[in-house]
Design a protein around this ligand. Structure first.
Ligand SMILES: [Zn+2]
Length: 251
């Protein structure tokens, strides 16, 4: 799978413009670049220094998510799981189990389609359906929203706001969706990003990526937790990351 260069959606501040084409887990400039972090730090997932927000996208998946719950429990780490509405409808008890384990629940869209390929109305409908499905399955009211592929349209910003969700992307990722990813490569890729005060993206399902690639993220977790704690960083969910003040873009 080829990861093409960034899709960027201007969301105010005069940054409107789309670069590239939404491909499989295409990176978002807002999510990864220092420019994006400056334009909209809270949208990019910049929070408290000394803290790292750990996040997982694309679940809940009965094949893989229980393994993540087990390892996170052993590490005494809580994270934020950005769930797909479609997946939550298929595994509602697992969504509830994630919440019961003390993890934070976020919304990742309903069917994992790029917002750039949908009308503003369709995007808003997708987010609303996803929010309802995730809330119903998990039993909690989600607070956070992360769009598929990290591509956020203006309609997406508004749709998330109407659904009562705050949009947050990421500052570091493990590129764990690739078939060639290994636990070591995942750790190295994460640490290559903006980590201290940043938000880390991993995946607890392979439903949108290379089959069984989730093993690399799973096995990276203990190594990553050691590395981050060794740097004096606390690891936790987005809700403990200090992204509290309304942001001109993400509010
Ligand atoms: Zn995703």
């Amino acid at each position: 799978m080829t990861v093409r260069p960034a899709v960027v959606v201007g969301v105010g501040l005069g940054v409107v413009g789309t670069v590239g084409v939404a491909a499989h887990v295409a990176p978002s400039l807002v999510a990864l670049s220092s420019v994006g972090r400056r334009i909209s730090p809270r949208l990019a997932g910049v929070g408290l220094r000394g803290h790292v927000a750990l996040t997982f996208d694309d679940g809940p998946d009965p094949t893989s998510t229980p393994h993540f719950l087990r390892v996170l429990d052993a590490l005494d780490v809580h994270a934020t799981f950005f769930m797909l509405g479609d997946m939550a409808r298929r595994a509602p008890s697992l969504a509830a189990e994630v919440a019961a384990a003390g993890h934070e629940i976020g919304v990742h869209g309903d069917t994992h389609r790029s917002q750039l390929r949908l009308s503003p109305r369709a995007v808003a409908d997708d987010i609303s359906r996803a929010r309802d499905a995730v809330a119903s399955a998990s039993g909690v009211e989600p607070v956070w929203f992360r769009p598929p592929y990290g591509t956020l349209s203006l309609g997406g910003v508004r749709g998330a706001r109407r659904a009562g969700l705050r949009s947050v992307l990421w500052t570091a990722w493990g590129r764990d969706w690739r078939a060639e990813a290994t636990p070591r490569s995942v750790v190295a890729d994460v640490l290559h990003g903006y980590v201290d005060g940043g938000t880390v993206l991993l995946h607890d399902s392979d439903c949108t990526s290379a089959p069984e690639c989730w093993y690399s993220a799973l096995e990276a977790l203990p190594i990553l937790a050691d590395e981050l704690r060794g740097r004096g960083l606390r690891v936790g969910p987005v809700g403990e990351h200090g992204i509290l003040i309304p942001d001109p873009v993400a509010a």
